[in-house]
Design a protein around this ligand. Sequence first.
Ligand code: SOE
Length: 381
Amino acid sequence: MTRKDVRVAVIGTGFMGRAHTNAYRKVGNFFELGHRPVLQAVCARSPGAAEAFAQKWGFASHETDWRRVIERDDIDAVDICTPNDTHREIALAAAAAGKIILCEKPLARTAAEGAEMVAAVEAAGVPNTVWYNYRRVPAVTLAKQLIDEGKLGRIYHYRAQFLQDWTISEDLPQGGAGLWRLDVGAAGSGVTGDLLAHCIDTAIWLNGGVSKVSAMTETFVKERHHNLTGKVEPVGIDDACAFLCRFDNGSLGTFESTRYARGHKALYTFEINGEHASIAWDLHDLHRLSYFDHRDESRTRGWRSIHVTDGDMPYMDKWWVPGLQIGYEHSFVHQVADFFDGLSRGEAVGPTFRDAQITQQVCEAVLASGRDGTWHDVAKD
Ligand code: SOE
């Protein structure tokens, strides 16, 4: 096989900069790819941080200005791992320069920003993806296969939660490195864009589009010290959000997310109830899929916990031997593998910017409903 090197620049060296870089480094050891990522440059505002990251993770060079990254002819792909308020500007410039673009979720702060980004990548014709990584946890991909094979029959209910507890303290400031998720200017929204966006992406992938939503949002701590202004500022994000929705296929959805569920660090769960069978998944036990099939013989019927490690299960032939599980980081490796395989085949691999914009539009309707307390149709343009 002739391999084509794709020279990647990672912009941002936080949590996601590390998660994505780790995936680029590992993918070639486990997947046979026609296109291979090469760690060409990393970009961080602080020269020390950029250089240290480049050395630690094996990048050939480092930059401190993302504009310089986009200008470089030796960069083929730009991976945006910076806070949400920078996604649009970097993506638009990268698209204009003809770069392949990988963007951390959510696509943007608002649907208006997202629409511009979709238009830019589609006009430029550049391959693009958004890192909704949970689709590529093998147990979640297995759920997709079972649903697509019709094992559940007609779907009645979809329920999902994403629970955390890290912002309960009133002393926690907002803004700046590590805490930009609490600053509405940087993040766009709180749990809706950060956590429910994951749940919505998975839900649309598994169960189809969402037509209307009715939401309730709350900001429990109204003011926080702002690290960038040095003042106590109003908090503009949603600390918690719960919403009901109707899917296009007639099923009903209930979604909840909060950063105030004491005891829960990152509990993403979903359950889907169909006519014949139900499926449930839990991020804290991510290598298992729970499955109940009413067609089983009644004396042995019950919920089974499928250990998703066998070679005939999604992605698992690429890893260890049956019985040995993989984890969170591997979902990113799988996304790189699938996206780069798409490059070799000349085919788009979801979630594309356009797919992520559909999630963005659901988030937009949820936030609008949270503000006025009425049902909102989800825009479909
Ligand atoms: C927030 O704490 C966060 O890191 C999200 O930003 C990620 O997308 C999610 O996967 C885990 O939680």
